[in-house]
Structure formats: structure tokens, C-alpha cells
Design a binder for this molecule. Structure first.
Ligand code: ADP
Ligand code: MG
Length: 616
């Protein structure tokens, strides 16, 4: 039933509503209409190919299965032609005049459920064919069906409520869409602009996409192919293309899943952590695709924050289907994707740590800081992430690390806690006074060199039921170590007590408690933080940020070593040379503060040292 003269039709009410939103939306990235039309073209070719498996008698069976775009800068038009299955007259009416199809229906549903005109939704999930009306004065759709005896038609509309259909000659199988652009959308009639858009959104479309006769999509959607067919070089080339990177990826994870969601993912860890060089905070850059078509290149919630160093692609066929059944507002689907991918990536890292330990340790040296962030902040995955953390310790060699699990296997039966010490580096911790007592008792202490470690340790709190405890904390109680044989001149318990009391009086407000210590072996004294709520590291941070509280004078508890020559000397000087003894006492305290990282004002110390030197 063909018609020679154009026939006019009204759009279905929902389409009118949709067109109204699309045409009047302030959505700024109008360019996504290209993505929508190209993906429709690709779908149409895919359907045709499928059809060819059963139908032998099709129109124009020699046509190359391609998508061709041309721009006309003078006429201000953009044309897309595909060799897909095409549409009959009835299909033009059904497909373009009513809202039977997925994308736009989901969009309207989300709008009604979201309750506001969220123009962002247009970009996220597209409004399919109708997005062309964001940029078009008129849209003409020429189409010939694959069915041989069906005539071709042109469908024409300005999006204002009605469309016309007319029969045409000279049309090859498939669909040709001619867009006459609005005056302020002339950019889409220039080849450079369209090329840029195609490269962004349609780089992985399965069929050749040509612009002005030149092939645009030269890179394959590797993530959908099977691992065994892909070489390392291909992976690297893909990484460079997709992440706009120049380095070689350090690690990669290529996996697919069918339950609970259909996912194909190809993830890369870059060579370097650029945040480490003080460069800008990384943005999420694992792109979200639905069947090779880009949905969002920087989806915010696809992965947790701490995985922001990952590059690559996640493709899920479930996306548009589920999206139409759920509200997009609560992003339940993206959340589900997030869970599955995060779990899988953590599992991958733990396998790497086990099977390719050296590579893992190199990765950790570069990106460990992100794992620490995850351990501290990602409550859902904390327990698994903590297992991936690595530390140097008093029992490892310099540069070698241990996991918490390995630490636990080395714990003696009586050890109940996991100890750690903060310090700028290994040498500083090893030469400080805090480690001695642990060493003497064969207790392993983890070494933490990074500013975030303290925050991480206090958030992680425990591992395998064992508390993580700062070894320089005032509350740490160590079991009795085998005492060194009493030497000549060791202070008796009473003498030590008397000296401690004298020190408390002499040092006044600068100290809280003074007592003889059970954790010192060689050093004369050590300072432990009297302020439970502010560690030295925190104090430094607050000072740097000019926060209240950091200006209060440092107050510490002092522990002295009755076996140390310096302390013995002090005990003697106390009565023999009281003035000198007071100077020594102050100096011992300052030295302990230096070891604790709490020493702040050297001016007094210099004057005092000269005074002391005078007495030599
Ligand atoms: P969706 O692609 O989500 O189905 P669209 O609004 O993009 O929604 O397209 C509506 C319908 O129009 C498609 O489902 C398809 O049947 C038909 N269609 C659109 N473009 C083409 C094309 N190039 N060739 C054949 N059919 C098409
Ligand atoms: Mg579509």
C-alpha cells in the first residue's frame, strides 16, 4: 500500500513530550546525538547480518556492511548512511512515531520517577533517535527495507508534533539520515568536529565507520574478544589508545562475568602513580560501555574512589535493559557493577601478590597508597584490602616487606597485639629509643613511613582479631624481658624512683609523668605521648594546617633507663652539682622529644648546650 503523495502523521503523545524536552533542553553536550545515530546504524547492520543467516533473498546483498558519514559545511547538513536492514513504511511509523523501544522509554520513566527535568539523563543513556532534534531544523530518514519488493520511503519531521512519509526511488538497502542543522549548530557540519565525536564515542563500533570516505574506527573492542587471541602488544596498543597514555601498563585484568550481571571488563594499572609526583588528583577513568558504545567516559560511581588509578573499559549488556526497569536515580545497577568489579579486582591483586610477588611489590611501592586509602575508607571491602597491605618491619631487610598475615604467623603465643612505629624512614625508627624494648623481647614491629599510615592504622584498628598498636603509645605494656646482669653502679629501684620524682619537679610543666622504664635497653630516656588524642604526626599535620590545639606546649611522659650511664651520671650530679644536673635533665628531655618527632623550638636548647659545655 504505497502512496505517491506525502502523508502526514501525528506523533504519539509520549513522543511529543519527549521531543519537547529534547528540543528545549539545555543539555550542553549535544554531540551525543552522533553516538545515538551511529549506534542505531550499527544495530541495524548487526540485525541484517543476523538475518542473512536465514534469509537468502535480500535486497542489495552486495552492499558493504558499513556506516558512512558526510558533512556539507555550506548546506549545513550532516548525513549518515548505513547498509543495515532498513525500515518499511509501517516500520518507520512504528519505530520512529511511537515509543515502543528501549532507550527513550527508559528516559521518560526516569524523568517521571526522578521528578525533575534532569537534562543529564539525556547524555547518560541517550534518548536515541530523537536526540537528533537537539541540533536539527529538520530530519529526513530515507529507508529501504531488506525485503526485496518493499518500496523505499522518506520520513521527514521538524520535531514539532507531526511527521510526513513519502515514497522515494533510488534508495539502496538500509537507512540514510539527513540532518539539516539549526543555525547555532553549524559545527556538526564540519568534518573535524564529527571526527572528534566519532573517535570519542564510536571508536569501537563493530562495523567500519567512514567519515568523508576515511575510516575512523581502526581499534578493535578488545574487551569482547577472548584472552587467548590477544597478544601483549595488542593489549598495550589498546591501553595507549583508550587511556590516552604513553606508558606501558603495569598490570592488566581482562575478565568477563555472566552473573549477577553480564560484564566484559578490561582494566589496566598504569606504570606510574602520577598523584605521587604532586600532580592533580586522578579522576575516575574507567569508561562505561554498552555493547561497544560509550555511555560515560568518566563514570563517577562505577568504581570506589580508591580505584581511581585504574584505566580501561567496562561493558555491560544489561545496562539499558535493567535501566528501563529500575530508577536511574538510585543507580542500583551501577552500584551492582561497582561491587562485582571491585571484588574481582581485589581478588586479582591477591592472586598477583601470591603468584607474581615481585611484580606485586613493585606495584605496591607505586600504588600502595591507594590501597591504604581503601583499607581506611572502603568499609565494604576493608577486610580484603587490609590483606593486600605491605610493610617493612624490624624483622625484614631494608626494602623488603611483610603482610599482616605473615606477621601474625611469626607472633609468639603470648603476643596479643600487632605493633607498629611511625617514622620518616627505617634508619630513623631503628636509631630511635622506641624499638629497643621490642627488639629485646623479640617482638616484631611494623615500620610506617608515610603520613597517611597513622590514619590508616587507626581506621583499620585490628587484623585477624589482633589490635594494631602504636609501639610508642604510653599504654603499651611489655612483658618482662630477661634483665641484663646487674652492673656496678646501676640505680636501685628506690634511687630510680627518687630520680624520677626529682625530674618531675625539675622539668615542671613540660612533663606529665616520669618513671623508670621497662622498654629501654640502651637509650637513656624516651618520651611517650601524654596526649592520647594527638600523636606527633597528627600534631605536625595540625600545625601545617594552622589548626587550634597545635600551639599548646608539648607535654609528654618521660621514661628513664636506670641502667644507662647518662642516667646514672645524672643521679650522681643531682646532689654533687645541682645546677648542672638541671641542665642535663632539660637536655635529656629535649633529646627524647627529638626522637619522638615532637621537638619544636631549638633556640633554648642551643643556649643551654653552651652553658653545659662551659661546665666540662
Ligand atoms: P533504540 O535504539 O533504543 O531502540 P532509538 O530511538 O535510537 O531507540 O531508535 C528507535 C528505533 O528505530 C530502533 O529500535 C529501530 O527499530 C529503529 N531505527 C533507528 N535507526 C535505525 C536505522 N538506522 N536502521 C534501522 N532501524 C532504525
Ligand atoms: Mg538507539
Amino acid at each position: 500500500m504505497s502512496t505517491a503523495t506525502p502523508q502526514k502523521f501525528e506523533f504519539q503523545a509520549e513522543i511529543k513530550q519527549l521531543l519537547d524536552i529534547v528540543i528545549h533542553s539545555l543539555y550542553t553536550e549535544k554531540e551525543i546525538f552522533v553516538r545515538e545515530l551511529v549506534s542505531n546504524a550499527s544495530d541495524a547492520i548487526e540485525k541484517f547480518r543476523h538475518l542473512q543467516l536465514t534469509e537468502k533473498d535480500v535486497a542489495d546483498d552486495q552492499l558493504a556492511l558499513e556506516i558512512n558519514l558526510t558533512t556539507d559545511d555550506t548546506a549545513k547538513t550532516l548525513t549518515l548512511q548505513d547498509a543495515g536492514l532498513g525500515m518499511t513504511r509501517a516500520e518507520l511509523i512504528e519505530n520512529l512515531g511511537t515509543i515502543a523501544h528501549s532507550g527513550s522509554k527508559a528516559f521518560l520513566k526516569a524523568l517521571s520517577e526522578g521528578g525533575q527535568k534532569n537534562s543529564n539523563l539525556i547524555g547518560q543513556f541517550g534518548v536515541g533517535f530523537y536526540s537528533a532534534f537537539m541540533v536539527a531544523k529538520t530530519v529526513k530518514v530515507y529507508s529501504r527495507s531488506w525485503k526485496k519488493d518493499e518500496p523505499a520511503h522518506v520520513w521527514t519531521s521538524d520535531g514539532s508534533g507531526s511527521y510526513e512519509i513519502e515514497e522515494v526511488d533510488d534508495q539502496q538497502r538500509g537507512t540514510k539520515i539527513v540532518i539539516e542543522l539549526k543555525d547555532d549548530c553549524g559545527e556538526f557540519a564540519t568534518e573535524g568536529r564529527i571526527k572528534e565525536i566519532l573517535e570519542r564515542y564510536s571508536a569501537f563500533v563493530s562495523f567500519p565507520v567512514n567519515l568523508g570516505g576515511k575510516l575512523i574506527n581502526t581499534v578493535q573492542a578488545l574487551w569482547l574478544r577472548s584472552k587467548s587471541e590477544i597478544t601483549d602488544e595488542q593489549y598495550t596498543e589498546f591501553y595507549k589508545f583508550q587511556a590516552h597514555a604513553y606508558d606501558e601498563p603495569r598490570l592488566r585484568l581482562h575478565f568477563s562475568a555472566d552473573a549477577p550481571l553480564q560484564i566484559n571488563a578490561l582494566l589496566f594499572v598504569p606504570k606510574d602513580n602520577t598523584e605521587k609526583f604532586g600532580m592533580a588528583r586522578l579522576e575516575p577513568s574507567v569508561s562505561l560501555f554498552c555493547r561497544k558504545v560509550l555511555i560515560d567516559s568518566k563514570p563517577k560511581d562505577l568504581l570506589p574512589e580508591w580505584l581511581r588509578f585504574l584505566k580501561g573499559v567496562v561493558d555491560s549488556e544489561d545496562l539499558p535493559l535493567n535501566i528501563s526497569r529500575e530508577t536511574m536515580q538510585d543507580r542500583a545497577l551501577v552500584e551492582k557493577l561497582n561491587k562485582v568489579i571491585t571484588k574481582r579486582f581485589i581478588k586479582f591483586l591477591s592472586e598477583e601478590a601470591k603468584n607474581r610477588t615481585e611484580a606485586y611489590n613493585e606495584f605496591y611501592a607505586e600504588f600502595g597508597v591507594f590501597l591504604k586509602e581503601g583499607a581506611a575508607l572502603d568499609y565494604a571491602h576493608k577486610d580484603e584490602i587490609v590483606k593486600l597491605l605491605r610493610f617493612e618491619s624490624s624483622l625484614t631487610e631494608k626494602g623488603k616487606t611483610t603482610s599482616l598475615a605473615e606477621y601474625v604467623t611469626r607472633m609468639g603465643a603470648e603476643q596479643k597485639e600487632i605493633y607498629f612505629l611511625m617514622g620518616p624512614n627505617r634508619a630513623a625508627i631503628e636509631s630511635g629509643p622506641y624499638l629497643e624494648g621490642f627488639k629485646a623481647r623479640n617482638l616484631e614491629v611494623l615500620f610506617c613511613y608515610e603520613a597517611v599510615d597513622e590514619y590508616v592504622m587507626s581506621n583499620v584498628r585490628e587484623f585477624d582479631g589482633k589490635k594494631l598498636v602504636a609501639a610508642d603509645h604510653a599504654d603499651v605494656k611489655l612483658a618482662d624481658a630477661p634483665k641484663p646482669p646487674a652492673a656496678e653502679g646501676d640505680l636501685s629501684e628506690d634511687d630510680a624512683k627518687a630520680l624520677a620524682e626529682w625530674l618531675k619537679t625539675t622539668l615542671g610543666d613540660r612533663v606529665g609523668e616520669v618513671k623508670a622504664s621497662d622498654r629501654l635497653v640502651d637509650s637513656p630516656a624516651l618520651a611517650v605521648n601524654a596526649d592520647k588524642f594527638m600523636s606527633p604526626q597528627m600534631r605536625r599535620m595540625m600545625k601545617a594546617m594552622n589548626k587550634d590545639g597545635a600551639d599548646a606546649p608539648v607535654k609528654v611522659n618521660l621514661e628513664i633507663n636506670p641502667r644507662s650511664a647518662v642516667i646514672k651520671h645524672l643521679a650522681a650530679a643531682r646532689t654533687a652539682a645541682p645546677e648542672k644536673a638541671a641542665l642535663i635533665a632539660e637536655q635529656i628531655l629535649d633529646n627524647s622529644l627529638i626522637s619522638a618527632g615532637l621537638f619544636e623550638d631549638p633556640s633554648k636548647m642551643v643556649a643551654r648546650l653552651y652553658k653545659l659545655l662551659e661546665t666540662v
